[in-house]
Design a protein around this ligand. Structure first.
Ligand SMILES: Cc1ncc(COP(=O)(O)O)c(C=O)c1O
Length: 427
């Protein structure tokens, strides 16, 4: 095995000096099982960050499904294949009846790109409204809509950004209803601004849990009024479920099912194949058929037989091991533990999240809520050194982000909570 220093040096040379890596001391992983990953020295880490292996690293049922199908047939997507059709039927059955058609892709980026193309096709509009701290992928159209970090492409003239409500930071005496109204008013401003520039609205595109925005508690009813405004202007509602989907919240299979508004298009990715590159767009068969007539969309690898077998196996495990229920019960247990840490450590200003998706908003002072950005960076490195992998996110990079594989159990929660307690003490 190459020593880490040499591997890092060679990686930088061949993959570029800026190819992102987590942690001050990058982790060199060689294997994983369940919620555990192991580094090249044989050290185990509790994985509290990765939602891609959503049913657990190397889940035997998923591994077997992939290996078996790979040993029978894998081919591009322009042939009849029973598993592909069965998978699409089973997946779409988890959505509202209006969302009854799937187009498979290989990444969240491709899904969002396709969703925007479909929205523009359907509405005849070009305008897109996104949050002011978002990431939806890395193709040209999706990358230029990025608002959470700098990109070389200028923010496009056809787009507008709106701040999403964060009750902890923005409440300022406002009720939930006022916060929802405030968000709707910002969306109305964005619509008016596009119209004033002669641009018709095509879509409001949001991540239903606002994961990159820092996972603020969802304001009840925030979506309904905003979506009504967008639809009145002729636009569609696209929900990016790349992080929120597949039961992560425990309360529903899809994040949008928590906000009570049925989207026009849903985009999927990360956890869909448990690490196998499978993603997709879910929308009405009417839109898929109409778009298909003119776009001739095909995706060589998207939803091939091996991918479909992987996706099907993920659904088997989610159901068979009752992982939504686990997200609810273990999630509630973790959340209670995080609340106790908040009472103990002044730096923890706010506990947020639902199911198995948590954030801690770290602040210098709960009164002024000044973000503890440097401390947050130190903390994730202290956690890494103590064998627990988490990360950080949000406008000020001060929100601890925890989103483990969904086979996370109470025994793992206890390790997370005691390690976090210890690392917070060490800060
Ligand atoms: C909310 C969201 N949408 C889309 C994407 C892009 O997905 P991918 O990296 O599979 O293209 C990401 C990736 O982090 C994401 O967080």
């Amino acid at each position: 095995m190459l020593p880490d220093e040499e591997l890092l040096e060679r990686r930088q040379r061949v993959l570029g000096r800026n190819a992102p890596l987590f942690y001050e001391r990058p982790v060199h992983l060689v294997k994983g099982k369940g919620v555990w990953v192991t580094d090249a020295d044989g050290r185990d880490y509790l994985d509290v960050y990765n939602n891609v292996p959503c049913v657990g690293h190397c889940h035997p049922h998923v591994v077997e499904a992939i290996a078996t199908q790979a040993g029978i047939l894998n081919i591009h997507t322009r042939y009849l294949h029973e598993t592909v059709v069965r998978y699409a039927e089973r997946l779409t059955a988890t959505f509202d009846a209006s969302l009854n058609s799937a187009v498979f892709t290989c990444s969240g980026t491709e899904s969002n790109e396709l969703a925007l193309r479909m929205a523009r096709f359907r509405t005849g509009g070009e305008g897109v409204i996104v949050s002011d701290f978002c990431y939806h992928g890395n193709s040209k159209m999706v990358a230029e809509l990025t608002t959470c970090f700098p990109v070389p492409e200028p923010f496009p003239a056809y787009a507008r950004k709106v701040p999403v409500p964060d009750p902890y930071r923005d409440r300022q005496g406002m009720s939930d209803e006022q916060l929802a109204d405030h968000f709707a008013a910002k969306v109305a401003e964005a619509v008016a601004s596009l119209q004033a520039a002669g641009i018709k609205v095509a879509a409001l595109l949001i991540d239903t849990l606002f994961a990159n925005e820092g996972l603020p508690e969802l304001v009840p009813g925030y979506a309904a009024k905003a979506v009504e405004i967008v639809r009145k202007a002729g636009g569609l509602f696209i929900c990016d479920e790349v992080q929120a989907g597949f039961g992560r919240t425990g309360d529903a299979m899809w994040g949008h099912q928590l906000n009570g508004v049925i989207p026009d298009i849903v985009t999927l990715g990360k956890p869909m194949g448990n690490g196998h590159p499978l993603a997709g767009v879910i929308t009405s068969s009417d839109l898929v058929d109409e778009f298909g007539k003119v776009a001739n969309y095909f995706n060589t690898f998207g939803g091939n037989p091996v991918s479909a077998a992987a996706g099907m196996a993920v659904l088997d495990v989610l159901e068979g091991e009752k992982l939504l229920e686990n997200a609810r019960t273990t999630g509630a247990y973790v959340r209670a533990g995080l609340e106790r840490l908040k009472d103990k450590h002044a730096i923890v200003g706010n506990v947020r999240g639902s199911g198995l998706f948590f954030g801690l908003d770290l602040v210098h002072d709960d009164a002024d809520r000044s973000p503890a950005t440097a401390e947050c960076k130190r903390l994730i490195n202290l956690m890494r050194d103590r064998g627990v992998l988490i990360s950080r996110i949000g406008r000020y990079d001060n929100i601890l982000k925890m989103r483990p594989p969904m086979v996370f159990a109470k025994e793992h929660a206890d390790i997370l909570l005691s390690t976090l307690d210890d690392a917070l003490q060490a800060l």
